[in-house]
Design a protein around this ligand. Sequence first.
Ligand code: SF4
Length: 461
Amino acid sequence: MMQPAAPELLAALCPPAAEVELYNEKERDVPLDRHWDLVLFSYLDPFYDHTRVLSEIFRRRGMTTVAGGRHARQFARDCTRWFDAVVTAEPEANLSGLIADFERGRLRKIYDLPAGSPSAIPPYRYDLVDFRTNRFRSPTVEASRGCPFACNFCVLTGREPYVYRPIDDVLRDIRGMRWNRGLHGLLHRAFMFYDNNLGGSPRHLRALCEALLPLKTTWGCSVTFNVLEDHELVRLMARAGCGFIYTGLESLNARSIESMNKRQNRLRHLDAVIRRTYAEGILLSFGLVIGSDGDTNEYLVRLPDYLSDLKFFAITFLGILCPYPGTPLFATVAREGRLLPGTTARDLDTYTVCHRARHLDPTEVAEHYQRLCRSVARLPNLVRHCADKFFLSDRRGYKPGLVVASLEARSITHNLRNPERTYIAGRDGIEAWDAEQMRTLGMEPQRIEATAACDAATAIG
Ligand code: SF4
C-alpha cells in the first residue's frame, strides 16, 4: 500500500524536457534490454548488492549510473567503484547540478551540497504513478523530514535535522495527487504521509490537521507513542481524515526501551491509549523489535502473555534490532566487538541477527524471532484482536478496515516461508539471480566491518 515516493521526487527534480521512466522493483522488474542516458538508483541497505549488479550491467552497456540515499552516503567510497556518481546529501540541492554536469560531460564523483530550505521540495510527479502495477497503492506525500528524537538504532539519529515543509506546499501536493480509483473506489482520496514521524512537532501536526479538515481526504501516518497519549490531538487527527497510524512501540520491556534510548515510549497507559485511538475510528498498527540489550530470555518467552493481556493489538512489523552503520547502536556494538563476523549488507534487513545482544546468544534471538512471528500471527489471536475492537467505532470504513488490517498482521510470517533461512548474519545467501550475476561480474557481497562507523566525509577522504 505504501511505496517509496523517491522516484516521483527525483522525476520532479529533472529538467522539464527530460523523458523520465520510473521503476519500483517491488512492483515490476527493471528491464535489462533498454537504453537510458542516465539511471538514478535509490535503494535500501540489504539491496545494495542487487543495485550495484544492475548498475554494472548498465555501465557495461554504456549507460551512466548514479547512487543516492542513506547507504550511498554511508558507503560513498565503495559506491564510487560501482556507480559513475554518488549523491551523499539531499537530492533537491544536488540533482539539477549533477544533470547539468552530465550534459556537459563533466560528471563529478560526489555530489554533497547541503540541504536547502524544505520549501525547495518541488511538487511530486504524481502523473507518473502507475496504479496498474500495484492496485493497492496509495499516493504518498511528505510533510517533514528527520525526527527530533534520538533512538540509538535509528538511521536518522544524529544525521538528519528535523524540518517541516510549509503547510501550503503539502496541501498543494495533496490537491495535485493522482488518486487510486481502482478497488471499487476504496482508496479514492486516500493517501499516506511517509514521514518517519509526522508528530515530531505536535504543534505543527495540529496546524496541519486544521488545514486538512476541508479537504475531506483519508490518510495514514507514523507517529511516536507520545502523540497517541495526547487524546485531543488524536481526536483532531481523526476529524482531519486520519484513519491509520503506525507506531514503533519496539518493546513492552522498560529495560529494552531504555537501552534503545526511546524515552518517548513510556507505555504507561498502553491499553487505555489503544482503546481510545480505536474509539476515534483510527486503526493502529505497531512495530516490535527483539534482540536489544534490555531483552532477556524471560521477557521474550513471556511476550505472548503480555500481548494477550492487551488483546493482541495489531502488530504489522516484528523484527530483529539491526545495527545500521552510522547509528549510535552500530558504534557501540562495533567498539565492544559485538558485530557478528561475516555480516554483509544483505543482512541489514531487520530480520537477521547482526550483533550479539548483552543477555542473549544470536541463536536464541533467531529462535525467539521465529516463535514470536508464529505466535503473534495465529488466527485465533487476530480474531480476538478484531472482536475486541470491532464495536469501538462506527466511523465509515472502520470495520472493514479493521478486518483487513488484522489479516495484514499475518504478513509477519512471510519471512518464515524460506526453510533455509537461519536469520543469523553471514549464514544466509543472497537471491539466486544476484548471486549468479555477481559471480559473472566478479563481485563479492559487501562486508560490513566494524570500521564502517565512519561517515561519508571520512569515507571519501
Ligand atoms: S522516533 Fe522513530 S524516527 Fe524518531 S529517532 Fe526514534 S526510531 Fe527514528
